[in-house]
Design a protein around this ligand. Structure first.
Ligand SMILES: NC(=O)c1ccc[n+]([C@@H]2O[C@H](COP(=O)([O-])OP(=O)(O)OC[C@H]3O[C@@H](n4cnc5c(N)ncnc54)[C@H](OP(=O)(O)O)[C@@H]3O)[C@@H](O)[C@H]2O)c1
Length: 332
């Protein structure tokens, strides 16, 4: 099969488009012919390598998969269109799970075929195209989990960082459908209009204004009920500062670093909560599918690249020049 293989950690040049052997069928596993695989920031973390995390080389990236079943099993039939819930047991104490195509022994979706545990297979809802279905299993599922954990109710105000990102654009779309009041952040003027179109009520350009000042001005000094923070070290202090009394910061990412310097007194004196979110369950993915279908919403896709152009797709993500999901087309 054709695949993008990595044999060592490094920059985009370690992505190698090659012919390699098909996966060998294993008991309890399903073989999926991949149609689309979305690109996630995780792919870049794994490609670069992270201290203390290992993958068995040669490895194949890609955790956001939609495809066609190669063989029937249980209630699933050969030829069914399916998506893959990406979590598999981590085997590491106190770590809930690892992610297919991530820091795990499971190879991912930058390939024509993937083999995953049968229990990870979900039928693709007809409401979504194959490309759209590939965009939901990671960013959208995580954003959905974060919004559930935020305990926000209709009319509550939420600050969502990085409107253009996979997680941020998903959170705006879903929060808007849930009836939340949305403040979001961009880094260029062009993204302001797009963020508003998605459902944001107030958009802050972080290169022109101070996010904390603008958020507090907009909320008449009350602060926000919740913050969706996937950015990490650089944004945690601001996220805590703008929370109202009893507010919740939901965190899922460390794009700007893993170690934040935060104001502990500001945090406890407003009885705030910091809540971690890691992907989401298979049940949550199915409820996300149903929610999006019931609200007639589709994921935001920035661009589609051929598998062989995975390097260009990842570079686009590294430059942060996308708005929404970047998807790789493998076959269709
Ligand atoms: N825990 C989980 O299960 C889970 C699941 C999915 C993703 N994640 C993590 O969540 C993060 C986002 O993933 P993604 O795929 O959505 O990434 P992405 O599309 O590459 O987005 C990265 C975002 O970070 C923003 N950003 C970078 N530097 C910033 C700064 N100094 N201040 C404010 N914003 C900044 C960018 O905004 P600009 O363009 O404005 O710079 C962009 O919106 C990643 O760290 C990823 O690993 C975690």
């Amino acid at each position: 099969m054709k695949a993008i293989v990595i044999r060592k950690h490094g920059g985009p040049d370690v992505l190698s488009y090659e012919d390699i052997a098909d996966p060998t069928p294993a008991k309890g596993h399903a073989m999926v012919k991949i149609n689309y695989c979305a690109v996630n920031h995780l792919d870049i973390w794994v490609r670069n390598g992270l201290a203390g995390k290992q993958v068995p080389f040669p490895h194949i990236l890609g955790c956001d998969i939609s495809g066609t079943l190669v063989e029937s099993f249980g209630k699933f039939k050969k030829g069914d269109k399916v998506v893959v819930h990406p979590s598999v047991p981590s085997g590491v104490p106190r770590v809930s799970f690892s992610i297919i195509g991530g820091f795990s022994k499971y190879r991912g979706g930058y390939a024509e075929l993937v083999q995953v545990p049968q229990e990870n297979i979900i039928k693709k809802p007809d409401w979504f195209s194959d490309a759209e279905a590939a965009a939901l299993n990671v960013s959208y599922l995580t954003a959905w989990n974060m919004l559930e954990r935020s305990k926000c109710k209709k009319g509550n105000t939420v600050l969502i960082w990085g409107a253009n990102s996979g997680v941020g654009s998903a959170a705006i779309l879903l929060a808007s459908a849930l009836g939340l009041r949305i403040i979001t952040v961009v880094s260029n003027r062009d993204s302001i209009k797009t963020a508003k179109k998605l459902g944001a009520h107030f958009v802050i350009n972080r290169n022109e204004s101070d996010v904390a000042t603008e958020t507090l001005k907009y909320t008449k000094d009350q602060g926000v009920d919740a913050v969706i923070d996937h950015v990490g070290a650089k944004t945690w202090p601001i996220s805590i500062e703008v929370l109202k009394t009893g507010g919740r910061m939901i965190a899922c990412g460390t794009t700007t670093g893993n170690e934040a310097n935060v104001n502990i007194r500001a945090f406890y004196s407003k009885e705030a909560s910091i809540i971690g979110a890691y992907l989401g369950t298979k049940t949550q993915l199915i409820s996300l599918h149903k929610f999006m279908q019931s609200k007639k919403i589709k994921p935001i896709i920035d661009s589609v690249y051929d598998l062989k152009d995975a390097k260009i797709a990842q570079q686009k993500m590294e430059e942060s020049s996308q708005f929404g999901k970047i998807v790789l087309k493998v076959s269709s």
